[in-house]
Design a protein around this ligand. Structure first.
Ligand code: C5P
Length: 222
């Protein structure tokens, strides 16, 4: 690729976006949050009054969907057809239905096209589920970020608490497991580690240490 590409994939709540955002700002790369894009499509379906199971309806909606990012730290703003949906895309309802919406072939091909277009003018760090396997198969660096389900649920619990959202730890754990299962078992580009991805286990490791580790890997490939 003409511009440097870093792909970060892994299961839900493994810390992908936290790590990717820090790396992008330190390295002056563009950060692309592909999960936010699938979440925005899910919000668009709801706004259009469609049920999440309505594949034909959601497919027909795709040409009307415009997704934009406004870079920022720590939160990157997300817009759906000009309207800010930064918070709406993180609701429990969206989180629990996004795996179904993102399993549709037309949704995936549309998002993949948009994601690839974002790599044409800048070096990128892109996080998601199928970046190393499908979206950017020639990425110079591929990371597969994992952590134990207990730790992932605990991180999400802490985040939710800070936002004033009350969901108990066991429910969060069940939701994370269910989402991982759906994401790794769908027919089209399921979550899997690319053959040439480097696995980084963040269980018990602080953010700074993970960032340093991946930064070193990127520097070795530059
Ligand atoms: O990364 P995040 O947890 O926000 O992603 C939300 C959902 O979007 C995932 O659970 C998955 O269903 C879908 N997704 C995907 N492919 C990607 C990124 C996210 O299918 N590259």
């Amino acid at each position: 690729p003409a511009f440097f590409q870093v792909a970060i994939d892994g299961p839900a709540s493994a810390g992908k976006s936290t790590i990717a955002k820090i790396l992008a700002s330190q390295l002056h790369f563009v950060y692309v949050d592909t999960g936010a894009m699938y979440r925005a499509v899910t919000v668009a379906a709801k706004k259009a009054g469609l049920s999440y199971g309505d594949e034909a309806g959601i497919t027909a909606l795709l040409p009307t969907i415009q997704i934009d990012f406004e870079p920022g730290q720590p939160v990157q703003k997300v817009f759906l057809n000009g309207e800010e949906v930064t918070e709406a895309i993180r609701s429990t309802e969206v989180t629990n239905n996004v795996s179904l919406v993102s399993s549709y072939g037309a949704v995936r091909s549309d998002m993949v096209e948009k994601q690839r277009a974002m790599t044409e003018k800048n070096p990128v760090i892109m996080d998601g589920r199928d970046i190393g396997t499908t979206v950017l198969p020639n990425a110079q660096v591929k990371i597969f970020l994992i952590a134990s389900v207990d730790e992932r649920a605990a991180r999400r619990y802490k985040e939710n608490k800070e936002k004033g959202m009350k969901v108990d730890l066991e429910t969060l754990k069940d939701e994370i497991k269910a989402r991982d299962y759906k994401d790794s078992h769908r027919a089209i580009s399921p979550l899997t580690k690319a053959a040439d991805a480097i696995e980084v286990d963040t269980t018990g490791i602080g953010i700074d240490e993970v960032v340093a580790k991946i930064k070193k890997i990127i520097e070795e490939h530059q």
